[in-house]
Design a protein around this ligand. Sequence first.
Ligand code: HEC
Length: 201
Amino acid sequence: MKGSTLAMNKNKFVYTAFLAIAFAATFSACKDKRSTGLEYARNMYDPIAYNPDQPNKNFNDGKTAQLPPAHTKPVGFTEYDEYPNTKEGYEAAGVSMVNPLPVDTVNLAQGKHLFTVFCSPCHGDKGDGQGHLVKIEKFSGVPAYQTGSSSRGGNMVDLTAGKIYHTITYGVNNMGSHASQISPTDRWKVVMYVQQLQKGQ
Ligand code: HEC
């Protein structure tokens, strides 16, 4: 009899202690309104490496984010300065730029995939300018690659690889730039696929 009362008291004690701890853990976060409360894996908040926006005593200007030294290029960086975002840059790209990739089934398949993801919502799967966003009237004025004409002159069917590359890189009017989403190599795959669509294939 006595033993079981003791056991019950012990259970009660464990239960009360648990409640107290849970209560403390829940409300300890309320002291500071900006605190997220209990922090798990603290070292994920404070990595050993410097954050770009952190002060840094190792540099004269005291900042972590430094400009790259002059005349250096990041690995894998491709220069596109010679064809600026102007009418002249567009025309020059149209004349001089050639697709560096071989036309083969792998490149075309990857180009098709990228086109489906990034371009078909406006241009349509067949490049006829009837993408989903056009159908639901969120977008208009998308020219068909086969029959449309370019706002910069000429027929869409005659657009050269360089002009298409320039358009993907900088965009034109209502079409935004895709430079940050599609790497230079992948842009050439998309160009290859667009040129196939121009021929209605
Ligand atoms: C948000 C809708 C939208 C998306 C996404 C989009 N485009 Fe366009 N695109 C347009 C519109 C609108 C025009 C016509 C712009 C103009 O000439 O005023 C256009 C024009 C073009 C032209 C013709 C450029 C010229 O010189 O006349 C090409 C080529 C083209 N797009 C390719 C692409 C490719 C490739 C992609 C995917 C990487 C893409 N577009 C994604 C809306 C879009």
